[in-house]
Design a protein around this ligand. Structure first.
Ligand code: NCD
Length: 339
């Protein structure tokens, strides 16, 4: 695909080459994200960061990614502080905000809303999550993380074995990630969830039709065996009719040190898009694994900045120009990256 000026709405718009290009550009962003050099390639550019649903990582990392490229960020958060509560349509909001921005990232609770917004926008729009539908930048950063973590174990994405655990019905991160995996070879995908929270049937059948081995189970212990990666998710409480209905599933599937040692093969990479629900009744990923070398969740979150910088660089067509506007960094960093 031609990234220049493109909207990023779904992982289905990518070919494998496109994904690999994003990864290549993400690698070149390390010196800037890891505070070794400063670039001003996007000096003067404005990101409209519009989040109509709660977000920490996605919102802040898109904002940081834009700042790290030298651009400015204008943020709108929450429906309550937006004219949407006055009855304004997505069309009007898009026409207006796209006059103020060079690129927009948007999160909204309704599936399809970001695509609708993009149709009216005069600038590129990146889907930061549209309800339970998709979260394409998260899928890219997840796969980028998986690639790097598996590489360290001598493995590749092609042929890998991955388990996805939890609320696979409502989790947009697993919807996007599994669809992204379709374009790779011989993936063994184990889907572990309560019966009622299974992965949408069309995603499962598309993966099988593409030649991948997909098994679905509600038996966590059996499902955890023989994977290279385990990807845990939170029960998406906000997608249920009531908290009470979400409570039925909370805490059903947990990973902790004891379960990992007993059921996972050594070196299984542990992932989670975050936030993890750390309340005692949920605790899907226990803090007793926090020092585990295979716990990749914070490397995963750090990688989000690289991937989002790469998306901006490709969409705004500056990936070749970054080197022309760099300088040494002048402040103390403590060398917190690269370990
Ligand atoms: C996820 C999301 O918002 O879909 N978080 C994220 O973007 N990293 C996952 C979640 O909220 O459970």
């Amino acid at each position: 695909m031609d990234f220049r000026g493109a909207h990023i709405l779904t992982v289905n718009q990518f070919q494998r080459d496109d994904v690999e290009l994003v990864f290549q550009v993400a690698d070149t962003m390390e010196p800037y994200a890891h505070r070794l050099r400063v670039t001003k390639a996007l000096d003067g550019a404005i990101l409209g960061n519009i989040f109509f649903e709660p977000s920490t990582r996605t919102r802040v990392s898109f904002g940081c990614a834009f700042n790290l490229l030298g651009g400015q960020v204008r943020e709108t958060t929450g429906m309550e502080s937006s004219s949407i509560t006055k009855g304004e349509s997505l069309y009007d909001t898009a026409r207006v905000i796209s006059g103020y921005s060079d690129v927009i990232v948007m999160r909204h609770p309704a599936p399809g809303s970001v695509a609708e917004f993009a149709r009216a926008s005069r600038v590129p729009v990146i889907n930061g999550g549209d309800g339970a539908n998709e979260h394409p930048s998260q899928a890219l950063l997840d796969l980028y993380t998986i690639k790097k973590e598996l590489q360290a174990n001598g493995l590749t994405i092609d042929g890998m074995r991955i388990a996805m655990v939890g609320d696979l019905k409502h989790g947009r991160t697993v919807h996007s990630l599994s669809q992204l995996l379709k374009m790779y070879q011989k993936i063994h995908l184990r889907l572990i969830s309560p019966q009622e929270l299974r992965m949408p049937a069309n995603i499962v059948s598309d993966l099988k039709a593409a030649g991948h081995e997909v098994t679905e189970t509600d038996d966590m212990e059996a499902g955890l065996q023989e994977n290279d990666t385990v990807y845990l998710t939170r029960i998406q409480e906000e997608r249920f009719d009531s908290k009470l209905k979400a409570d039925i599933y909370r805490g059903r599937f947990r990973l902790n040190q004891a379960i990992y040692t007993r059921h996972c093969q050594p070196n299984t990479v542990i992932m989670h898009p975050l936030p993890r629900d750390s309340r005692a009744e949920a605790n899907e990923l226990d803090a007793d694994l926090d020092q585990h070398p295979n716990l990749a969740i914070f490397r995963q979150a750090d990688n989000g900045v690289l991937i989002r910088m790469a998306l901006f660089a490709l969409i705004l067509d500056i990936s070749d120009k970054i080197k022309d506007s760099t300088k040494e960094l002048g402040w103390y960093t403590g060398g917190r990256f690269g370990t």
